[in-house]
Design a protein around this ligand. Structure first.
Ligand code: ATP
Ligand code: MG
Length: 422
């Protein structure tokens, strides 16, 4: 009796070899892009104290209410949570290690995040985000630069079906006053609200604006707008941001209903969306969070940032981008037959690898035909044939496996030159 097969967790994906080359290519592109804008990488643990996320993201948010993987550490009874996003951990780390002591910080991270959502295309329970945090900058130049840099990334990746939405959600105080207006408005239409919205009416009415329920669309569209009651600071900030985006030639739409799903934002919020991914249309979201550092116990520090979903970005890249997978197929597949030829094959392979050439040596006891078949299956560009004759003459047959070109006889140094010129 065989054992029952085990399966991965629903909504948590394996990234298989046929896809990992594209992931690696994107990661390489991202690192290059981030370094060009002066951002430094930070890596934080995947698990944090539950309180960190509750305090930063907010009690009455989708994430904290129903999406967190929280558990008790049985050994010491700590309440821990798999990180649902990266900003809270980043800020926690910056405070803990006093990084702001040396001035403002431009940081980025990339890694898995965990949210217990209903899995569907573009929505998973383990997914990856690349995020950027600029800490210690009052903006709005920084806000503009964050948007400009994401715009450049889309261009580099050959993405054209991306749209920018921006909004300002004002200061905490403005939102407080606006909140009362909203409660008033939605209370007058109480019978139209769905369960989620009714529950949020008195705890977090702004989140009703963010509802994805199509039945509420009209009601939400007619709601009073925060933009109309913005405090002076936020209004000026927003005006300047718009000027900077205009001068950079970046088009956007102002979406007064854009509030984002996390409580720590203030003033600028923005999202990049696409029409190519169906319902899961947001590929990148961010904004300003001037109070968060202080709220988590640090010195008051203005900040802003964004995070993009790697899985969604990759689907978009496959739809219309120009990113190519990093090459992984062997350039040379070495076939060997006869006394001493395996030893020679190993030596030649090592020498070729000194020049960063990708080489596979046939492994096994198969005959020539069988080895050629393997070479072909490996997707290698060339087969290099080492028999006893080749061994004694020092001339090896290099046979093209894909497309044209004739077989050539080359010495080891000619081989190296051949691949270096490619
Ligand atoms: P959505 O409105 O789609 O639920 P969100 O507002 O919850 O997104 P953020 O918390 O702003 O998303 O995260 C930033 C980005 O991370 C999103 O724009 C998206 O690209 C990606 N993302 C968020 N949740 C998931 C998920 N469950 N699976 C895959 N990607 C996700
Ligand atoms: Mg969400």
């Amino acid at each position: 009796m065989g054992q029952q097969k085990l399966q991965g967790i629903r909504g948590m994906n394996d990234i298989l070899p046929q896809n990992s080359g594209l992931w690696a290519a994107l990661e390489k592109e991202l690192r290059q892009w981030l370094v060009e804008y002066g951002y430094l990488e930070i890596r934080t643990p995947i698990v944090e104290d539950t309180a960190l996320f509750v305090r930063s993201i907010g009690e009455v948010t989708d994430i904290v209410e129903k999406e967190m993987y929280s558990f008790e550490d049985r050994l010491n009874h700590d309440s821990l949570t798999l990180r649902p996003e990266g900003t809270a951990s980043c800020v926690r780390s910056v405070i803990e290690h006093n990084l702001l002591y040396n001035g403002a910080q431009k940081l980025w991270y990339l890694g898995p995040m965990f949210r217990h959502e209903r899995p569907q295309k573009g929505r998973y329970r383990q997914f990856h985000q690349c995020g950027v945090e600029a800490l210690g900058f009052t903006g709005p130049d920084t806000d503009a630069e964050l948007i400009i840099m994401t715009h450049r990334l889309w261009q580099r990746l050959g993405l054209t079906h991306v749209n920018l939405e921006i909004n300002s959600i004002g200061s905490l105080e403005t939102r407080h006053a606006y909140r009362a207006q909203l409660i008033d408005y939605f209370s007058q239409h109480h019978e139209v609200l769905d369960e989620d919205s009714k529950r949020r009416l008195h705890t977090n009415p702004l989140r009703i604006l963010d509802s994805k329920n199509p039945d509420l669309l009209e009601l939400i569209q007619e709601a009073p707008k925060l933009l109309d009651v913005l405090d002076e600071y936020s209004r000026n900030h927003f005006t300047r941001l718009r000027e900077l985006l205009d001068s950079a030639g970046i088009s956007y739409i102002i979406n007064p209903r854009l509030v984002r799903g996390l409580d720590y934002y203030n003033a600028t919020v923005f999202e990049w969306t696409t029409t190519l991914l169906g319902a899961q249309s947001t590929i990148c979201g961010g904004g300003r969070y001037d109070r968060l550092v202080e709220q988590l116990g640090g010195k008051p520090t203005p900040a802003c940032g964004f995070a993009m979903g790697i899985e969604r970005l990759l689907v978009l890249i496959e739809e219309e981008g120009n990113l190519v997978s990093i090459p992984t197929e062997p350039q040379v597949y070495i076939i060997h037959q006869g006394t001493g030829t395996l030893e020679a094959a190993f030596k030649i392979a090592e020498t070729l690898r000194d020049y960063q050439i990708r080489v596979l040596v046939y492994s096994g006891e198969g005959g020539f035909k069988n080895q050629m078949k393997r070479a072909d299956q490996s997707q290698a560009h060339f087969a290099l044939i080492i028999g006893e004759n080749e061994l004694s003459s020092g001339q090896f047959a290099l046979k093209p496996l894909r497309g044209q070109g004739a077989q050539q006889l080359l010495s080891q140094s000619q081989l190296i030159d051949f691949f270096n010129e490619k």
